[in-house]
Design a protein around this ligand. Structure first.
Ligand code: GLN
Length: 288
């Protein structure tokens, strides 16, 4: 292999990614830097400061492998195995949804509901990589988090993330939503980023989402089944006055509100994400 400089390799990668994925050149540059930085185990600042540095044959062939996979559409986070969420670094694999910036809104709203000096019990439904539950556990060390998922590989990864981040106040349970939980253990707060995409949504056949686990994305013909189940069942697992907080599709705010009203929840409020889309709904249990 011809010795290539870091700068040349990045330039070539940028134009390949821009062409294959239709990315603008800024995004393509960033992606090329993230992939090469991952291989070299160096921060972006190093890549920018040393365009003349030579790449070894092994660096070049690893870069080629990752570039080819990215050209075929695999998400960057699955290629590097990492994604930052709320300032923490999470391991991610194709067994879990890649944590998204809009889900940080859910965490932000949950934090407002949890006083730092209260030993509150929180249930994280469908934890996936553990991003929501682990972040809440980290920022509210007195809270006790129960995180469940129906996928064992996802739970194994979430446990690894909690261990890696040194989080003691979270436990992981295999459960299809509430299926293995005991109603005698009630929570003050239930949080969820459930699947909410409609089964035939064309968005599922495009871009990064094609590589993500379908069980974390879709929920019935209209994408409403998981939200419906969670809203119906949560009162059996919430303390009187406890809250339910969940993420939903940009077009599911009215559906969610009507559903929650019909089930007797109070204080229903929907919050927009950074893109201005209604994204997270919060409500209060009437008490069973
Ligand atoms: N927001 C994600 C998407 O549109 C869906 C995540 C989810 O279903 N919870 O791809």
């Amino acid at each position: 292999m011809n010795p290539a400089s870091l700068g040349d390799a990045l330039r070539a990668a940028r134009s390949r990614l821009a062409q294959a994925l239709g990315l603008d050149s800024g995004v393509a540059t960033l992606e090329a830097q993230v992939l090469l930085g991952h291989i070299l185990n160096r921060p972006r600042a190093y890549l920018l400061a040393h365009p003349e540095a030579a790449l070894t044959d092994s660096d070049q062939s690893q870069f080629e492998t990752l570039l080819a996979r990215r050209e075929r559409g695999e998400p960057i986070a699955y290629l590097t195995g990492l994604r930052e969420f709320y300032g923490l670094e999470f391991l991610v694999t194709p067994d879990v949804l890649i944590p998204r910036p809009e889900t940080e809104l859910l965490v932000e709203l949950a934090l407002k509901l949890i006083s730092p000096d209260s030993p509150i019990r929180i249930l994280d439904l469908g934890t996936g990589s553990g991003a929501i539950g682990i972040t809440l556990a980290k920022l509210r060390p007195l809270a006790q988090i129960t995180a469940v998922d129906a996928s064992l590989p996802a739970l194994a990864l979430a446990l690894l993330n909690a261990t890696r981040l040194g989080i003691p106040n979270i436990r992981f349970i295999e459960s299809n939503w509430f299926s293995t939980l005991d109603e005698s253990n009630r929570f003050e707060l239930i949080v969820a980023n459930p699947p909410y995409v409609a089964e035939n949504d064309p968005h599922l056949t495009q871009g990064d989402v094609r590589f993500e686990p379908i069980m974390a994305l879709t929920a019935g013909a209209e994408g409403r089944d998981a939200i419906r189940h969670i809203a119906h069942t949560s009162p059996h697992f919430l303390q009187p006055g406890g809250r339910l907080l969940f993420e939903h599709g940009y077009d599911q705010a009215v559906f969610s509100r009507d559903l929650l009203l019909s089930l007797g929840y109070a204080d229903i409020a929907c919050y927009p994400d950074l893109g201005g889309q209604p994204r997270v709904t919060c409500c209060k249990n009437h008490g069973l």
